[in-house]
Design a protein around this ligand. Sequence first.
Ligand code: GTP
Ligand code: MG
Length: 225
Amino acid sequence: MMPARTVPPAAADTLPALKRRGVMLVLASPPGGGKTTITREIAKRDPETVISVSATTRQQRPGEVEGQHYYFVSKEKFELMIKSGDMLEHALVYNSQFYGTPRKPVEKALSEGRDVLFDIDWQGNRTLSEMARDDVVSVFLLPPTWDELAHRLHNRARDSEEEIIRRLGKARDEIAHYREFQYIIVNNDLEESIAKVQAILEAERQKRNRLVGIQAFVDTLKPGN
Ligand SMILES: Nc1nc2c(ncn2[C@@H]2O[C@H](COP(=O)(O)OP(=O)(O)OP(=O)(O)O)[C@@H](O)[C@H]2O)c(=O)[nH]1
Ligand SMILES: [Mg+2]
């Protein structure tokens, strides 16, 4: 009997690249639900991802870096950005401050085959899902229990009692929209949740519709190549 022939894997740098379009990965959760932490961790670990840096009219907090955490802009500037079509989506959050997603960096990253991570609220997810249905993958993080969520909000310690109560109100609001998301993760253990988000992202990357270079790749699959 002929021994089974094992084909050595081709060196990665000689393989024809299979071009793909990036994923728009929306991560939402009630305040304290973990979306900001998880978004940042994934961006840190996975070089194919970038974070969408939002513009906001809210006050810069100590430790926040302009252009890294947010672009801090005046209300006038924000309105100008909307008018000139520079915003992919925008929303009024906590009924008081504007938050929005600048358009250009997202379009650039997607066409270069990089995935864009969005730490936005349910309103942002709704708008993006309506306008970019094929690109958006939406994940909603739920707390394991209500008390755990309240505990996390109290533990952040940076907020006043009044602010915490406001955030708990926003939490109820946000959770009420869970049906608008494609994936749900109960965020009980941070590392486990990160692994789950990464698994979702990895699966979505292989979707045929995103593989814009698939025909070119298949065309190379012939004897002699
Ligand atoms: N629609 C939309 N929402 C955004 C955008 N950027 C941030 N948000 C949301 O606005 C809310 C307030 O964000 P922050 O002011 O950074 O406050 P935070 O401490 O991160 O608050 P939580 O994440 O809600 O705990 C969060 O739910 C964000 O996800 C954006 O560009 N568009
Ligand atoms: Mg946050």
